[in-house]
Ligand binder design. Structure first.
Ligand SMILES: [Zn+2]
Ligand SMILES: [Zn+2]
Length: 296
């Protein structure tokens, strides 16, 4: 798995270069069964193999820190999805050479500011540039959030922003992907997402404590991008630390893990955090950095 753009290379990333095995497995959970049948049919119709690029645009949190802007991930197949849109996302998109024209669909894990701060800026930017509207998927409360924003900024009423709220266990087809949502364990309604494109699976945890639901969602994933907010020995709720996370995702068949959403307290502990996850999960793990691209 090459690191194609930017980002500091963790020592632990060496482990990834040894990996050549791609997931061909499917989750065993019942919620995946119907999609499996549909997909097996679909794959037979497709020519060539799809590839996925996952770019960690922002790997930080609400507290400013050098080198880490707020939460955002760009997932690219033939089309693009933006997962979360924290402060700094528009700048990071520009820095990797991505146009906001292609970013017309955003999935929000939850509504904390470090995950949504650039959403209105993205909608406004597309509007000012005469681009088509924005489609936003998010947890319970997303419709209220956009409605409140429209009250604060009357010009938003002229923008075409379509909102669809998602709930745990929801699934739908979205662009090149089959999307599954699951409940995360956080301080307000929060979702984790599983994206499947052909036989490739990417899972994003959003903000969460290590959760059996998220671990099940990530079963057999090629890549799990999971938050790991604090190093050991922090004892926190609503967020993850390396040892609890490593124990939770053991035996899930996950191929690779990238840690994101790091608080400033994690600075200097990055390699140790990845090693602790590896030790307890047995899964190759790296700590993500802004603009690191992972190719599947
Ligand atoms: Zn957050
Ligand atoms: Zn949060």
């Amino acid at each position: 798995m090459p690191l194609e753009q930017g980002g500091k290379r963790s020592e632990c990333s060496k482990i990834w270069s040894d990996l050549t095995d791609r997931s061909t497995g499917w989750g065993n959970s019942d919620i995946f069964q119907s999609h499996r049948r549909i997909r097996l049919f679909t794959i037979g119709l497709l020519e060539g193999r799809m590839s996925l690029k996952v770019t960690l645009l922002g790997t930080g949190v609400g507290i400013p820190q050098p080198g880490r802007s707020q939460a955002a991930i760009l997932v690219e197949a033939e089309q693009q999805l933006l997962l979360d849109c924290g402060a700094g996302t528009l700048l990071r998109l520009d820095q990797i050479g991505a146009s906001i024209e292609a970013i017309d669909t955003v999935l929000l894990s939850h509504l904390h500011l470090d995950h949504v701060s650039d959403l209105l800026a993205l909608a406004n930017g597309r509007y000012l540039a005469d681009m088509p509207g924005l489609e936003v998927f998010g947890p319970e409360g997303t419709e209220d959030y956009i409605r409140s924003a429209r009250r604060l900024y009357p010009n938003l009423s002229e923008m075409d922003v379509a909102v669809q709220e998602l709930h745990p266990m929801d699934s739908l087809s979205l662009k090149d992907f089959d999307l599954f949502a699951e409940e995360a364990t956080h301080s307000l309604p929060s979702l984790a997402f599983r994206l499947e494109a052909e036989d490739l699976v990417v899972v994003y945890s959003g903000d969460t404590e290590p959760s059996p639901r998220v671990a099940a969602l990530a079963k057999d994933a090629d890549l799990l991008v999971h938050e790991c907010s604090f190093p050991e020995p922090f004892d926190v709720t609503n967020h993850s630390t390396p040892k609890k996370l490593g124990s939770m995702i053991r035996d899930c068949g996950i191929k690779r893990v990238a840690l994101t959403h790091l608080y400033p307290q994690a600075a200097g502990c990055e390699d140790q955090m990845a090693e602790q996850v590896i030790e307890l999960s047995g899964v190759p793990t790296i700590v993500g950095w802004d603009m690191m691209t992972l190719s599947l």
